[in-house]
Design a protein around this ligand. Structure first.
Ligand code: RBF
Length: 346
C-alpha cells in the first residue's frame, strides 16, 4: 500500500513537472531581455527602405542590388520595401519598419533620409540605419556615406558644354525631379562650374518637374528648353528622365545621364554618363555591418579618387555618339581629377 502511494506520488510529481515545464519555459522566452537577445540573433533580416520606387531610379535599383548581394553572401534575408512617391508617408512607414523589430539594419538612400531616420531613431534607439547619398554624424545608431557630387556634376557639365560648343549652342539645360539642398547647393553649381570651365559665356536653363515620375511633364519642360536654345540637357529626375530622353531624341538634342550608365537609353543621343557606384557602396557597407564593423555615428564622403564617382568612357555608344576630339578633352579632365591636379571639393 505504502509502496503504491509512493509510486502514485512520484507519477503525479512527474506529470506536474512535465505539464508545468512548457509554462516555465514559455514564460522564460517572454522575458524582455531574452526576446531582445533572440531578436538580435542571426535570424533577423536586413531591410531596404526605398524612398520612392525602384523602376526608373537607378540610384534605388543599385541600392537594392548591393544590399541583396551582401545578404546572399552572408546568408541573411533581405527585404525591400518601396515607400512610394508620397514623401509625407515616409516617416510613418520607416517607423513601422523599426517598430516591427524584424530588421537588424535598415538601409536607405537620399539626402532627406538622415533627418527622418534621426526622428525614428529617437523612438527606437536600438534600430540601426545605414544611409547612402545623405549625411549625418554623431548618432550612434546611424552611419551615413554620401558622394562627392561636385565631381559628379562637374563631369556632366563639362561634357554637356563640350557638346554644346560643337553644336553651336549658347545654352545647356538641367531637368531636376525637385529642388533640395544637394541639388541647389551641389549638383546645379557643380554642373554650371563644369560647363563654364569650357565656355564661361554658356548659360544653364534649370527646370524642375516637381516629382520623380511625371515623364510627360519632363518631356514638355525639355521641349520648351530645346525650343529656347538648350541643345544638351542633364536629367536628374528619376522615372521622369524618360520624358527628357524622348523629347531630346525627337528633336536631335543631346542628353547627359546621371547616376547610372544611360548610353543605351537612346543610343547616339546620350552623350555622357556621370555615375555613382551605389551598388558597390551598398554591398560593401552592408557587408561591413554584417561583419560587425560598420562605424555607426560616422559620416563619410566618397568620390572619384576612391572609385565611387565616375564617368563612363568605355562604352561603344559613347564612342559612337561623341567625336574623338570631345572624348579626348573629357578624358583629360577626368585624368586631372583622378591624379589630384583638379580638386573639386564637395
Ligand atoms: N532620385 C531618383 O532617381 N529617384 C527618386 O525617386 C528620388 N527621390 C528623391 C526624393 C527626395 C526627397 C530627395 C531629396 C532626392 C530624391 N532623389 C531621387 C534624388 C537622389 O537622392 C539623388 O540626388 C539623385 O539621384 C542624384 O544622384
Amino acid at each position: 500500500m505504502k509502496y503504491r502511494r509512493t509510486v502514485r506520488k512520484i507519477i503525479v510529481l512527474c506529470a506536474g513537472v512535465i505539464l508545468l515545464f512548457p509554462l516555465f519555459s514559455c514564460g522564460k522566452t517572454k522575458r524582455p531581455s531574452d526576446a531582445a537577445d533572440m531578436a538580435n540573433a542571426a535570424g533577423k533580416a536586413v531591410g531596404v527602405f526605398v524612398p520612392g520606387v525602384m523602376a526608373g531610379s537607378a540610384t534605388y535599383e543599385m541600392l537594392a542590388w548591393g544590399v541583396e548581394r551582401a545578404g546572399r553572401e552572408k546568408n541573411v534575408e533581405v527585404k525591400v520595401v518601396e515607400a512610394g512617391y508620397n514623401q509625407a508617408e515616409w516617416e510613418t512607414l520607416l517607423t513601422s519598419m523599426a517598430a516591427s523589430g524584424n530588421y537588424s539594419l535598415i538601409v536607405s538612400s537620399n539626402p532627406s533620409l538622415p533627418a527622418i531616420a534621426e526622428s525614428v531613431s529617437a523612438k527606437f534607439p536600438k534600430q540601426k540605419f545605414l544611409l547612402l547619398d545623405g549625411s549625418l554624424s554623431g548618432n550612434a545608431a546611424i552611419y551615413t556615406v554620401r558622394y562627392n557630387q561636385t565631381e559628379q556634376a562637374y563631369m556632366a557639365g563639362y561634357i554637356a558644354a563640350l557638346e554644346a560648343v560643337e553644336l553651336g549652342a549658347a545654352k545647356i539645360g538641367l531637368v531636376a525631379g525637385q529642388e533640395y539642398p544637394a541639388m541647389n547647393e551641389i549638383i546645379l553649381p557643380g554642373y554650371i562650374r563644369g560647363a563654364k570651365a569650357i565656355d564661361p559665356s554658356l548659360t544653364v536653363d534649370f527646370r524642375v518637374v516637381g516629382n520623380w515620375f511625371d515623364a510627360g511633364k519632363a518631356a514638355s519642360l525639355a521641349r520648351d528648353m530645346i525650343a529656347n536654345g538648350a541643345k544638351v540637357i542633364l536629367c536628374v529626375a528619376g522615372g521622369a528622365n524618360e520624358g527628357v530622353a524622348q523629347a531630346a531624341y525627337e528633336s536631335g538634342a543631346k542628353i547627359v545621364w546621371f547616376d547610372a550608365n544611360g548610353y543605351a537609353v537612346r543610343p547616339g543621343a546620350v552623350v555622357g554618363s556621370s555615375v555613382i557606384r551605389q551598388d558597390k557602396l551598398a554591398y560593401e557597407k552592408t557587408l561591413l555591418f554584417l561583419e560587425g564593423s560598420l562605424p555607426f555615428g560616422a559620416a563619410d564622403v566618397v568620390g572619384v579618387a576612391d572609385g565611387y564617382v565616375d564617368f563612363i568612357e568605355d562604352d561603344p555608344n559613347y564612342n559612337m555618339a561623341v567625336s574623338q576630339t570631345v572624348r579626348e578633352k573629357q578624358a583629360d579632365m577626368i585624368a586631372r581629377i583622378r591624379n589630384g591636379s583638379l580638386v573639386l571639393q564637395n
